[in-house]
Design a protein around this ligand. Structure first.
Ligand SMILES: Cc1cc2nc3c(=O)[nH]c(=O)nc-3n(C[C@H](O)[C@H](O)[C@H](O)COP(=O)(O)OP(=O)(O)OC[C@H]3O[C@@H](n4cnc5c(N)ncnc54)[C@H](O)[C@@H]3O)c2cc1C
Length: 482
């Protein structure tokens, strides 16, 4: 399409203001600063405006306008993404779903719910809970992260081990492609006659269009839940226990790991106490509807932990105690703020049996680069999250954090894993994909975008390496990080 030329960001803002109400177009230095990055703070690039549509129709208008004037646009939910996905790599407009938070229909008899993309993950489960149901994907950011962000990142969470990731819980989306045309994709009942385009959209990180609404599956809440918190004298003892539990024939609903540095942050930030000598903890949850079976699973997990040298295994008897045991896991990232002004959480995945050697490697890399690192992750999935803490005003330190992360991801690939477990590729890990895929593989992946549109205006420079026009941003990013 021929692009119409409008010069200067003032003229562009004036154009957007004709499409939307004044409170739906934000711009100016404070907005540029607030939206220059997501939770991956290493990489920054401001948009010239942020727009806040209320409906699918408004999203279509905005995208058509961007397409007409050749303006890049970047979908954004809560901005909790950890790989730079919601950052406007080539400037342009951020399309935020902040005003699209409605739950449109709850259908408990058919165990499904329809919501706008900006509804938070937690609000879906809150709406479903009175009917004994919930939305099973539960990223630890769930109180703020959005349905649209969860779909775009195919998010997981602590209970992914048993219940699966987002793609297994989405039935249908309303989707605006990068030409501004709305589509309904997927079906509300089993037996799809069409190609599985929905699976291409889930996990596409906002690079092929915007999800504006979605029907999701609801999962019955288990009636029986047993939660254990096991303390170990060493990281190795805890990480060796992870694969042993699953190999014993038990699939816990959640199996989470925290190391001693994370426990120290939690003590400092929230005054939490842990058993003396604890250098690592496993949080283990078993659930189901048969009390005897769930008891048996919890006892089996406890005996595996004790057999591997656990110092103590605390079991929750009530829902209040369960919430208390989860406190440490849920508040971990927040507590890191006590250790340093900046944190970068990396994300990789390996077969769970390789966790012990991988953690040794993570500590070795951190020490070699002179960096502090704490670990808290979904151990049952082998999904590690080394969390580096540092002061980004120290010259050269950001480059060391980036290099350390790259070494860790390369080792994940060597150990038979992947450069991302759940946080996506975004802009952060474009180079990492080349460790996993040949040029031909990547070229096939790139052609996936063409199913939707050939426009490169939609969230450019993300997910697929070697897009035209993104070299400049990559150079700037590398430059900023040195
Ligand atoms: C403390 C903390 C804990 C976390 N825990 C987990 C975890 O346990 N599991 C996990 O998987 N992740 C986790 N994350 C990462 C992050 O929360 C998830 O990726 C989440 O799904 C992002 O949602 P969001 O609404 O913040 O999306 P954003 O960060 O705003 O966007 C993420 C990506 O989705 C795209 N996008 C957003 N909305 C739409 C839309 N409507 N249509 C199309 N594309 C869209 C954006 O362009 C971007 O590429 C965590 C992050 C933090 C900060």
């Amino acid at each position: 399409m021929m692009k119409r030329m409008v010069s200067g960001s003032d003229a562009l803002v004036a154009g957007l203001a004709q499409l939307l109400e004044p409170d739906q177009v934000l711009h100016g230095p404070a907005i540029e600063k607030a939206y220059e990055c997501d939770a991956y703070t290493v990489d920054r690039s401001p948009p010239f405006a942020v727009v806040l549509p209320r409906s699918t129709e408004e999203v279509c208008q905005i995208v058509k306008w961007c397409s007409e004037f050749g303006v890049p646009f970047t979908p954004r939910g809560a901005g909790t993404g950890l790989s730079g996905g919601a950052m406007a790599a080539k400037g342009g407009v951020v399309v935020s779903t902040k005003k699209m938070t409605q739950i449109l229909e709850l259908d408990p008899l058919n165990e499904r719910l329809w919501a706008q993309a900006g509804a938070t993950n937690a609000s879906l489960s809150a709406a479903a809970r009175p009917h004994g149901l919930h939305f099973a994907p539960d990223p630890s950011s769930q109180t703020v992260s959005t349905l649209g962000g969860n779909i775009a990142e195919n998010s997981g969470g602590p209970h992914t081990l048993k219940y699966g990731v987002t793609v297994q819980h989405v039935l249908q989306v309303t989707f605006v492609d990068s030409a501004g045309v709305a589509h309904r994709i997927g079906n509300l009942v089993e037996g799809d006659p069409e190609p599985d385009i929905l699976s291409l959209i889930v996990g596409s990180e906002g690079t092929v269009g915007l999800v504006t609404e979605a029907w999701v599956k609801l999962t019955p809440l288990p009636t029986e839940v047993r939660t254990l918190l096991a303390a170990f004298p060493s990281v190795r003892a805890a990480t060796e226990t992870v694969a042993k539990i699953v190999a014993s024939g038990i699939l816990p609903a959640a199996l989470e790991f925290m190391d001693g540095r994370m426990l120290m942050a939690l003590r400092q930030a929230f005054g939490l106490s842990f058993p003396a000598g604890a250098e690592a903890m496993l949080l283990i949850e078993c659930d189901g509807n048969d009390p005897a079976k769930v008891d048996h699973e919890a006892h089996s997990c406890e005996s595996v932990c004790r057999g591997r040298g656990a110092l103590s295994v605390e079991a929750a008897e009530t829902s209040e105690e369960r919430a208390r045991l989860w406190t440490a896991r849920k508040k971990g990232i927040g507590a890191m703020g006590r250790l340093a002004p900046t944190i970068v959480t990396h994300d990789g995945v390996i077969p769970r049996s390789r966790l012990p050697e991988m953690l040794d490697f993570v500590y070795e890399v951190a020490a070699r680069h002179g960096l502090g690192v704490a670990n808290l992750f979904h151990a049952g999935d082998g999904n590690l999250h080394p969390c580096f803490y540092f002061d980004d005003r120290e010259p050269g330190i950001v480059q060391r954090v980036v290099s350390a992360g790259e070494e860790i991801l390369a080792r994940c690939v060597e150990l038979g894993g992947s450069v991302t477990g759940e946080h996506g590729i975004g802009l952060e890990k474009l180079d990492g994909l080349k460790l996993m895929f040949s040029d031909d593989d990547l070229s096939l992946q790139r052609s996936m975008r063409r199913v939707f549109s050939t426009s490169e205006l939609c969230n450019p420079c993300k997910l697929i390496p070697d897009q035209r026009g993104c070299v400049e941003h990559m150079r700037r990013w590398r430059g900023a990080a040195t």
